[in-house]
Design a protein around this ligand. Structure first.
Ligand code: DGL
Length: 280
């Protein structure tokens, strides 16, 4: 075990490449307000969506190690791209050597688990980053649990930059939103559920809503991921005991603190305590 990691309890670590994970954190704080949270956004290196498997894995592992050093016993990868490309390796290859008592969880599995109860046509669409869609993680995992569901994935490479650059509510974003909605619904017209398979996308939800026909619903994963974490902590009281409960939330960004607090205030509607850190 890594000798530096001596703490026995700490906040729940929440990691994303940038701001997207705040949509997950928000739901955690709503459903599990008693816990302490430590959010880390690797904004300086976002987006991750177009990066290679090796790079996403390397960056995510750096972030997880950093959150462990801060005392986190449980880290949630609040990023589909990191969940798709780095989670399994971190769980299987790294965690046993770093500290087998700590846990790293992703957000794709909890999203998939509820999908069969939501779709009626059993045709779903997944909107995600190029990395998430190319990894086919959603298709593979859905097929394992619900082989009768037909899954169509659509990579939307411009959507994260639109959010990270604060263009998500501007008219220029319409073109890119409509383009991918039209494309996926053209590929499978029986889709009745569109999964927002990227934590940044809830910020585009108003625009997405405008371009989908009646009868197609949007599934934002935050609520389901938070409910799944709630359940996890109930069935793993030993882990819940290691997560401190003071109701606090602290933020780290690898980019400028001013930029982060400015943007985070849009997501969270509150003033936040942000510190800068470097992961390299
Ligand atoms: N928000 C992340 C996700 O859920 C990553 C987006 C990115 O950095 O490209 O996929």
């Amino acid at each position: 075990m890594n000798q530096q990691l001596s703490s026995k309890s700490g906040p729940i670590g929440v990691f994303d490449s940038g701001y997207g994970g705040l949509t997950i954190l928000q739901q955690f704080r709503k459903i599990l307000p008693e816990y302490d949270y430590l959010y880390l956004g690797d904004n300086a290196r976002a987006p991750y969506g177009s990066r290679s498997f090796e790079v996403v894995y390397e960056f995510t592992l750096q972030a997880v190690n950093r959150l462990f050093e801060e005392g986190c016993q449980l880290v949630i990868l609040a990023c589909n791209t990191a969940s798709a490309k780095a989670l399994r390796n971190i769980q299987q290859k790294n965690l046993p050597n770093i500290d087998p008592t700590r846990r790293v969880l992703g957000i794709i599995r909890p999203t998939i688990e509820i999908i069969d109860g939501i779709t009626k046509t059993k045709h779903i669409g997944v909107l995600g980053t190029t990395g998430t869609i190319q990894s086919e993680t959603y298709n593979i995992e859905i097929n394992k649990l619900f082989p009768h569901i037909i899954t169509t994935g659509e990579a939307c490479p411009m959507w994260v930059p639109l959010v990270e650059n604060r263009e998500f509510d501007h008219p220029g974003a319409d073109y890119f939103v409509k383009k991918h909605i039209d494309e996926i619904l053209h590929r499978d017209s029986q889709i009745d559920t569109l999964v927002l398979g990227c934590t940044h996308y809830p910020l585009l939800v108003d625009k997405i809503q405008r371009f989908i026909p009646e009868g197609v619903q949007i599934l934002s994963q935050g609520k389901y991921v938070a409910e799944s974490l709630h359940h996890y902590l109930q069935v793993h009281p030993e882990m819940s005991d290691k997560c401190t409960k003071g109701g606090t939330c602290k933020f780290y960004t690898t980019e400028s603190v001013e930029k982060f607090s400015d943007m985070a205030s849009i997501f969270l509607s509150e003033n936040i305590d942000v510190e800068h850190l470097s992961l390299e």
